[in-house]
Design a protein around this ligand. Structure first.
Ligand SMILES: O=C(O)[C@H](O)[C@@H](O)[C@H](O)[C@H](O)COP(=O)(O)O
Length: 231
């Protein structure tokens, strides 16, 4: 349960948590709930994961009650971003999710829509989403679901990513941001003026057309937000 909830008219719902433990519980509840709604409405739940700390923060889904209550056989898993490496490579976001979550719950192997690691980045992007780096031409891609880049500013250089229109077409977008080092950038993304330097903040471009945007924050990441820390 979040410490506080704020709804920002432009940026969606902000859920601020006392610590990572509480954030993980709220995140698991949220995912279980949207999974249930989606299965009821569409018969399937399609979810796109990123890498980084997200998978560890989703770990409670492997435990009771979610391991029994979530309809895992109806899940279809995609990657919003992936590094172009072998699926058993330590840099692979697929491996991260498989080891930390997907091997511990009964998701069907045929429902894991990972990249073809035998193909080039360009070929692999044709089958497969979010490495949206500032000022990169990939941000202008509007006619493809998935694209690739070969010049990531962070290693490894070759990555595959969902495009902005695909992300913004989702029914639900959850952004998970934790830790003090993210406080400044998060303040700019949520409360920045939208001036010339705002094009460096690609997270500001995540604006679901009709879907719901929820930010899962710990209090360290939220420490510079005026809306939740009034002076
Ligand atoms: O493959 C990657 O490089 C990751 O997917 C990356 O995009 C990650 O999601 C962010 O760097 C946030 O990572 P943290 O949650 O660890 O801050």
């Amino acid at each position: 349960m979040a410490l506080s909830r704020v709804v920002d008219k432009d940026r969606g719902e902000l859920r601020i948590h006392e610590n990572l433990e509480e954030l993980s519980t709220d995140l698991a509840d949220y995912i279980a709930e949207i999974s249930e709604t989606s299965v009821k409405e569409r018969g399937v739940f399609s979810v796109a994961l990123s890498g980084g700390s997200l998978i560890h923060l989703m770990r409670k889904l492997c435990d009771a009650p979610y391991n029994r209550t979530v309809d895992w056989a109806k899940w279809h898993v995609f990657w919003a971003d992936e590094r172009v490496v072998a699926k058993n490579h330590s840099d692979s976001n697929f491996k991260l999710a498989k080891d930390g979550l997907l091997s511990k719950v009964p998701v069907l192997p045929s429902h894991l829509h990972s990249i073809n690691d035998a193909a080039s980045a360009e070929e692999a992007a044709n089958g497969h989403i979010a490495f949206l780096f500032p000022n990169h031409p990939v941000l202008d891609t509007t006619d493809e679901w998935v694209t690739f880049i070969a010049d990531s500013p962070m290693p490894p250089p070759e990555r595959i990513t969902f495009t902005l229109p695909v992300i913004n077409s989702a029914s639900n977008v959850a952004v998970v941001v934790t830790g003090e080092s993210k406080a400044g950038p998060l303040h700019s993304v949520i409360e920045g003026s939208g001036g010339p330097s705002s094009c460096l903040l690609t997270a500001r471009m995540v604006q679901p057309v009709t879907g719901k945007l929820v930010w899962f924050l710990d209090k360290e990441a939220a420490s510079e937000l005026n809306s939740v820390n009034p002076s």
